[in-house]
Structure formats: structure tokens, C-alpha cells
Design a binder for this molecule. Sequence first.
Ligand SMILES: N[C@@H](CCC(=O)N[C@@H](CS)C(=O)NCC(=O)O)C(=O)O
Length: 262
Amino acid sequence: MSTRASKRQRMDKDEKFHLIYWPGIPGRGEHIRLALEEAGVAYTDTAHQENGVKEVISQIDTSNQGDTANPPPFAPPILRHGEYTLSQTPNILLYLGPLLGLSPLPTDDPVGMYHVNQLALTALDGFSNEAHDTHHPIAVGDYYENQKDEATKKARDYRENRLPKFFGYFERVLSGDASKGGEYLYGGQLTYADLVLFQTMDGVSFAFPKCIEKLKESEKYDKVFALYERVKEREKIKAYLESERRQKYSQGIYRHYSELDG
Ligand SMILES: N[C@@H](CCC(=O)N[C@@H](CS)C(=O)NCC(=O)O)C(=O)O
């Protein structure tokens, strides 16, 4: 057996999971938390640790070159699992999916994990990355107030064109045969793509409450809104959302500026 294969065999749910992410916002770290919470595995989280910020900063510091097994991460979320360190939200989820039973195993469905990844990437494109760009359309590192005019234009296009287009896509996915019944996005059971869709919809609902209410009232996306409620009511997710581990939205990806909500 190759060294890689034998190393892979040692990685299992019993190795410790440690999430490295900025304290104070759900942010992209939330996608990793929801996967771990739904799977019911124990994990530690810098969001709730005294020197949490320091640990994030030391990971992304320009002096960090990684180690023999791991290249350095560029930005959080970062997951440490045993001796491995991974970054990039959908990449971490791709790794966690089969491990936590949140995406199909290649033995059951050879391309299932890539279909789930496709759906998660699409939700992240439309409801996370593009949502972020509405308040920071010009410069990620500059204040919103310095790019407000462009933000107003970007947000109008987002509300009028992009959000309905992405909602329409997920309604189609849920109406399609590959969803196997339309309760969840793929294969008739919950995958991490459903968790990502739930979380990103929750975020855009915080940022654009009026717009999302209108989309809901249009009754064009009933399956998507039903999926949101279904995920929210899952036993472990519900308990997590009601716990102190769930942080409030503030100045992260999802920000509520009433002028951007139309
Ligand atoms: N594509 C990356 C984006 C990571 C990212 O932008 N992380 C934010 C926090 S949510 C950050 O701290 N970025 C610092 C930077 O981009 O300089 C992912 O999905 O994980």
C-alpha cells in the first residue's frame, strides 16, 4: 500500500477536529461548524478560545510556510484534523463529506461527491461570494463607506437579477430527478450541500430581509424555502442554532445595510 493510502486510512472520525476561524461572526467558518454539528462529532473552535484570534493570525501570517505535510493556508476557515491542515471552505467540505456521512461514498455513487460539491460551490458563488461583493464591490480591504455608490448599483443587480437566478436554479435542482424527491438537493438525503444552502440563505435573509421576503411571497421558490425550514428543524441543527456556539451576524460576509435592500 502506498504511504498516501496508509496515511488516509489513519484519518478517521476519532482524530480531533479543530476549526480555526475569526471569533465574532459566523462567516465562512459556519459551513464547517454546521457539518460537524450535524454529524455530532466533537470539535474545538478558535471562536470560543481565549487566544483564538492569535491562532488565526499565526496561521495566515506571511512567515508561515506550512510543514512537511501541509502547505500554508491563505485565509480561514482552516480545519486541523489530526496531523493535517486544510483550507478553502468547499475543499474542507469535500474532505469532510464522506468522512462524516454528508456526501455519497465513491463506492455507492462514483460522481456523487462531485455533484454535491457542484451544488455547494453554486450556493457559495451566489449566496456568499456575490452577497459579500454587494457591500465590497471595489476593494475588499477598504471601508464600505468608500465604495457606497458602486455598492448601491451592485446590490440592485444582485436583488433584481442574481438572487432570483440562483433561487431559480435551486428550485430546478429540487424539481429534478437527481434530487430523488425534492426534499434535499441530491440523492434523497441530506448532504453538506443542503447545509451550505441553508446557511447562505440564512445569511442573505439577514442582509436583504425585504428582498428575500418578496422572493418568498412570489411562491416561485417554494421548494427552496421548504428545504431551508427542513434543515433548520433537524434535531442537531436546531439544538446548535439555539446554543451559544451559534454567533450573531455583524460585520462579516452578511451585513445589513437597509439602503442595499431596496
Ligand atoms: N475562498 C475562500 C475565501 C476565504 C476568505 O475570504 N476568508 C475570509 C474570512 S471569511 C478572510 O479572512 N479573508 C482574508 C483575505 O482574503 O485576505 C474560502 O472559501 O474559504
